[in-house]
Ligand binder design. Sequence first.
Ligand SMILES: Cc1ncc(COP(=O)(O)O)c(C=O)c1O
Length: 406
Amino acid sequence: MALKLPIYMDHNATTPMDPRVLEAMLPYFTEKFGNSASRNHEFGWEAEDGVKLARKQVGGLIGADPKEIIWTSGSTESNNLAIKGVADMYKDKGRHIITAIHEHKATLDPCKRLAKMGYDVTWLEPAADGIVTAKQVAEAIREDTILVTIMWANNELGTINELPAIGKVCKEKGVLLHTDATQAVGKIPVDVNAAGVDLLSGSAHKIYGPKGAGFLYVRRRKPRVRLTPIIDGGGHERGMRSGTLNVTGIVGLGKACELCRLEMDEETARLSKLRDKLDQGILSQLEHAVINGKADQRLPQTTNISFPYVEGESMMMAIKEIAVSSGSACTSASLEPSYVLKALGLGDEIAHSSIRFGLGRFTTEEEVDFTIDKVVTAVKKLLELSPLYEMVLEGIDINAIEWGAH
Ligand SMILES: Cc1ncc(COP(=O)(O)O)c(C=O)c1O
């Protein structure tokens, strides 16, 4: 069968919905449209049953009690609620928060806001492998630390931070741990108790569920975590997040979690094989290409590769039949190099010519083969045109060159 182009290799950005998730959701748009907070009639009960099942399904995937799941609109909201909610609730205990410089913006920005409000934030810096270690966290914890927020797996690199070791450190020191597990949930085993996690964010659209639905796990025992809500109103979700529930989205999120739980082993085996094939296919044919982040401590379906001496934009143009993310985030008019790659010590140029490939449930081997071929051909061609590469071939140390004033 002919390959359908373009090929989607950006599953860390978002995923297509699994048809089985859509099927589970459909009745809740039409026949079962009730408000899950309506306690007086069948319509409400039916919707509430859907939400109840979803709580079990989400809890089942992360080892949590269904009552510990708070519904949100996605991980951005979950992170905001966890970080700002804990900061406000425990402000009399202390005002020190620990995070890392290469977290997602949905963590960095709430922390920055708190810093502006007078909280003291410690920004951990990873080594060149991208991993946040338990040792770093232990050394940063102080008397007045109220929260550690470290993501489980990084969205750009796929690197997996030192959980459960970080959880153990936080437990020993009696500090709450929030983890943004948006990229980890559904892809690798996540257990809130084994990992010593007190709050955990997840999002449906990263795991073949709908956009606009997510959750925050909030521990209820040992310790019982309390939060100041961001959205006040009818007191839904134990008063932590008011507003009529997005029943269809929640039902979809639940179904997506159940499928991940049932199929994770098989999916991990298949996707890690394909991802390794992609890595090897590229690295064996392009001697300068390098994997970013600790290669053997990554999500099974993510790889981030730098292609030195080729120009980032030309590279993206040359492989435009493959949907990927580049190492530059288009913010307003400027092409900013990825702050995650810069956190690993990469320079602007090399960050620009880096690509994240995110494989997913519907990725085929033919698509991986096509990608290897396209990337290798494109890079070889661009290297031929690259003045920098010519200098490298001539033995010139390009790092030692003074490029003059800009
Ligand atoms: C690690 C991480 N955190 C948070 C988010 C934001 O999630 P959402 O789109 O559900 O708000 C994303 C998605 O881009 C992510 O990858």
